[in-house]
Design a protein around this ligand. Structure first.
Ligand code: NAD
Ligand code: UGA
Length: 313
């Protein structure tokens, strides 16, 4: 395949590019290297792709003209570019979220009107469900975001759906549930927890640690994205990708203690606005449409992330 990966320098994007290149695919990666976290981390991610089949374009997706995007002549697009992070999306930061998650997505969709045969796989989020009505949450559940971030991811999803309905674009929105593994963003829980253990510092937990997440290993997300780009049959407009390990943050800390052999020093702090109490998705639709089931257990995935934090993998 010839694939355009937006957000190629980020956590999930760089894991996807590495796997695509290893498979023999051609990849064009677009990323504006935003300062949401240290751009040097993102630069290092793309610098590691030493392949003639990889081309990196440093650009803001909202500013690339249609002709340029169409000239890449790709079979599929993995649209991962976005402003992530639930808790930081309040106040003055909101403009960055609307720009990256809504405006940039609309520009990409406008360009795709000229290339209706290209499959677009949009990186949506479990955060569209908010405090979900029921568990395991299915795609039938009415979205009701609980954070400004979730609102912008849902808006992006709606844009994708309406270009599909009006212009016949070949799209699917995949709702990722809290993704972890090697390369995870520095603001996310597991990286923060494991780096704290590595440095002999306390772990900061927001709330009482009883909040539950359906953590999903990044390799499983990458596998689903590749399947979604490659399957010839039309896909449902939206599918959950959840790891199947709905566990509390306190349970995660116990596993971290076992893996690292450290006595985990935990400081409980107030809950942060925007955080939901529980996520837990049904992935039956993805299993039926893509043949996808998550392969990596929480313990194995945490071990791999711990190896990465220690510079071992
Ligand atoms: P990330 O921040 O590591 O990667 C996103 C990348 O997009 C960054 O490298 C950033 O520089 C780039 N970017 C942002 N705005 C851009 C623009 N306008 N033009 C070009 N590039 C731009 O985040 P991630 O965790 O890898 O998340 C990737 C995508 O998956 C995001 O859209 C996020 O909302 C979604 N998602 C992530 C998770 C998760 O748990 N990590 C869960 C659900 C959904
Ligand atoms: C993650 C991503 O950051 C979002 O981009 C994504 O859209 C979302 O998953 C999703 O699934 O839709 P989140 O679930 O908050 O959001 O992921 P983490 O940052 O890994 O946090 C997991 C839990 O740990 C949260 O309850 C959070 O409050 C808690 N946490 C996080 C702490 O207690 N301490 C920390 O230092 C960080």
């Amino acid at each position: 395949m010839r694939v355009l990966v937006t957000g190629a320098a980020g956590f999930i994007g760089s894991n996807l590019v590495r796997t695509l290149l290893a498979r023999g695919d051609d990849v064009i990666g677009v990323d504006s290297l935003t300062s949401y976290y240290d751009p040097a981390v993102k630069r290092a991610n793309v610098d590691a792709f030493d392949s003639p089949r990889f081309r990196f374009v440093e650009a803001d997706l909202a500013d690339i003209d249609t002709e340029t995007l169409l000239s890449y002549d790709v079979d599929a697009i993995a649209h991962l570019a976005g402003q992530p992070g639930v808790r930081g999306s309040w106040g003055d930061q909101f403009g960055a979220y609307t720009h990256a998650n809504i405006t940039a997505t609309q520009r990409l969709l406008e360009a795709l009107k000229g290339a209706p045969g290209v499959r677009l796989v949009y990186a949506s989020s479990s955060s569209v469900y908010g405090q979900a009505e029921s568990y395991p949450t299915t795609e039938e559940t009415l979205p009701a975001p609980h954070s400004p971030y979730g609102v912008t991811k849902l808006a992006g999803e709606h844009l994708v759906h309406l270009y599909r309905a009006n212009y016949g674009l070949d799209t699917v929105a995949l709702r990722f549930f809290t993704v972890y593994g090697p390369g995870q963003r520095p603001d996310m829980a597991f990286t923060r927890f494991l780096r704290a253990v590595s440095a002999g510092e306390p772990i900061r937990v927001f709330g009482d640690g009883e909040q539950i997440r359906d953590f999903t290993f990044v390799g499983d997300i990458v596998a689903a994205m590749i399947a979604a780009m490659g399957v010839a049959a039309p896909l449902p407009r939206v599918m959950n990708l959840s790891g199947g390990s709905s566990v509390s943050v306190n349970e995660v800390l116990a596993v971290i203690g076992e893996i690292t052999g450290a006595t985990v020093d935990v400081r409980y702090e107030p809950t942060v606005q925007g955080d939901v109490f529980r996520t837990g998705g049904s992935s039956e639709l993805a299993r039926d449409a893509l043949g996808w089931t998550p392969q990596v257990s929480l313990r194995e995935g945490l071990q791999r992330q711990w190896d990465w934090v220690r510079g071992l993998g």
